[in-house]
Design a protein around this ligand. Sequence first.
Ligand SMILES: Cc1cc2nc3c(=O)[nH]c(=O)nc-3n(C[C@H](O)[C@H](O)[C@H](O)COP(=O)(O)OP(=O)(O)OC[C@H]3O[C@@H](n4cnc5c(N)ncnc54)[C@H](O)[C@@H]3O)c2cc1C
Length: 143
Amino acid sequence: MSTSKKRIVILGAGYAGMFLATHIARYVTEKAGEVILIDRNPYHQLLQEIHLVAAGFRTADEVKIPILTLIDRMDIKFIQSPVKKIIPDKKLVVLESSEITYDLLIVCLGASIKYFNIKGARENTLPLRSISDASLICGKRKW
Ligand SMILES: Cc1cc2nc3c(=O)[nH]c(=O)nc-3n(C[C@H](O)[C@H](O)[C@H](O)COP(=O)(O)OP(=O)(O)OC[C@H]3O[C@@H](n4cnc5c(N)ncnc54)[C@H](O)[C@@H]3O)c2cc1C
C-alpha cells in the first residue's frame, strides 16, 4: 500500500457495515484510497424480518440480499470470509485463508447473545440473531 493511498477495511456487511461502506465509498476517490468490505456471508441479512422465517411465512432466501447487488457499480471491494483475528499492532486482519492490512479499520461485526447467567437459558432456548437461527427455529416448530 502506498503511503498516500489509504486502505479502509470494514468488517461486517450488516446494517452498520453496509451503511458505512456505501457512504464512505462516495467520498473516497480511487486515487486517495480503497474501501474493502468483509463478511462471512455473501449476503446481507434483513434481520428485522427473520421472525417471519422462524414462523414459516418467508423462506430464508427472501430475507437475503446479495452483497454484490448492494455495492453494484460502487468502488468497494467485497471479500467473503470469516474474520478470525485482528492484530492492531500490525494493522492486520486475519481471514480464513488470507490476511489483509489496513490503514483504517472499522469493526461492524454485530453482537452476540448474552444469557446474563440465567440458569438454563442457554440450554433451553433458541437464539434469533441470524437467518440460520430462524431456519433452525422454523424446522423445530410443531404447528
Ligand atoms: C430478530 C431481530 C429483529 C430486529 N428488528 C429490528 C427492527 O425492526 N428495527 C431496528 O431498528 N432494529 C432491529 N433489530 C436490530 C438490528 O438488526 C441491529 O441493531 C443491527 O442489525 C445491528 O447492526 P450491525 O451492523 O451492528 O450488526 P449486524 O446487522 O448483526 O451485522 C453484523 C455482520 O457481521 C457479520 N459477521 C459477524 N461475525 C463475523 C465474522 N467473525 N466474520 C465475518 N463476518 C462476521 C455478520 O454476517 C453480519 O453481516 C432487530 C434484530 C433482530 C435480531
